[in-house]
Every structure is written in structure tokens, then in C-alpha cells.
Design a protein around this ligand. Structure first.
Ligand code: FAD
Length: 117
């Protein structure tokens, strides 16, 4: 049988987007330039206007208003991103993620070596 690629549904799009967002945040500079700070904030604002799930985008605009992106450092931005994701997790009744683990999950791999292959 031939394999066909299909359009992303809401969950697949969400997983792919979080992958990008968390990866971007854990590789964000420790000491960003003013331009990098502006671009990080603008990226999140654009996402909240253009994210192709209307009610997700609407809630994201509200979340960004409540706690605007914290972009002064890698640590700040990655923790802020984790809190943003946890707001969505909470809304959906999913377990919250332990934000002290974002660097293991998204940059360094788990301490037990389970990502070394
Ligand atoms: P996901 O929530 O996609 O998470 C992927 C992986 O990220 C997890 O397996 C875990 O390893 C890790 N992770 C989980 N939480 C965190 C965290 N806090 N910090 C760091 N890493 C974490 N869906 C809706 O139905 N309604 C919405 O309103 C909605 N809003 C969204 C808004 C945005 C900006 C995005 C990007 C997605 C949104 N989604 C929404 C999609 C939803 O968040 C999930 O992506 C989707 O439901 C798939 O969930 P999942 O359980 O596979 O894991």
C-alpha cells in the first residue's frame, strides 16, 4: 500500500508547535540583544494572531496579556514557556509539567540516559 501524508489535526499541530517553542526557548541566548528580545516577543504575538486553531489562538492572546513573554534570558524565557504550556494543560485537564525539568526534556536529555541512542 502507498503511504500518503495527511493534514495536521489540532493535537498533532500542538505537539509540533510545542516542540518548536520549547526548543527555541531552551536554546535562546543567555544574554539576548535588545533585537533578540523584541523578536522573541513579536514571535509569540504573531503566533497568537496566526495560529491555525481559532479558539487556541484566542486563549493564547488572553494568556499573553495576563503574563507577557519574559525574554531577558534563556532561563526566564524557558520557564515562562513552560508556564504558558501548563496553562493550556490545566485548561485541558492534563497533568502539569515540572518546569525544573525543561532543560532535560528539551535540550540535554533525561539524566537516566534514556535519550542516548
Ligand atoms: P502536548 O501538550 O502537545 O505536549 C508535548 C510534550 O511536551 C509532552 O509530551 C511533554 O513531554 C512536554 N510538556 C508538557 N507540558 C509541558 C510544559 N508545561 N513545559 C514543557 N514541556 C511540556 N488544544 C486544545 O484542545 N485547546 C487549546 O486551547 C489549545 N491551545 C493551544 C495553544 C498553543 C499555543 C499550542 C501550541 C497548542 C494548543 N493546544 C490546544 C494543543 C495542546 O496543547 C496539545 O498540544 C495537544 O492536545 C496534544 O497534547 P499532548 O498530550 O500530545 O502533549
Amino acid at each position: 500500500t502507498t503511504h500518503k501524508d495527511c493534514p495536521a489535526d489540532k493535537d498533532e499541530l500542538g505537539r509540533a508547535t510545542w516542540k518548536l517553542l520549547h526548543s527555541m526557548s531552551v536554546y535562546y541566548p543567555d544574554q539576548p540583544s535588545e533585537e533578540q528580545k523584541q523578536k522573541a516577543t513579536a514571535f509569540m504575538t504573531s503566533l497568537s494572531e496566526l495560529y491555525p486553531c481559532d479558539f487556541c489562538a484566542k486563549d493564547l492572546r488572553k494568556d499573553l496579556k495576563e503574563e507577557p513573554p519574559k525574554v531577558q534570558s534563556r532561563q526566564e524565557f524557558s520557564q515562562w514557556m513552560c508556564r504558558l504550556h501548563n496553562k493550556v494543560n490545566e485548561k485541558m485537564g492534563k497533568p502539569l509539567f515540572d518546569c525544573s525539568k525543561v532543560f532535560e526534556r528539551w535540550r540535554d536529555g533525561w539524566k537516566d540516559g534514556s535519550c542516548d541512542y
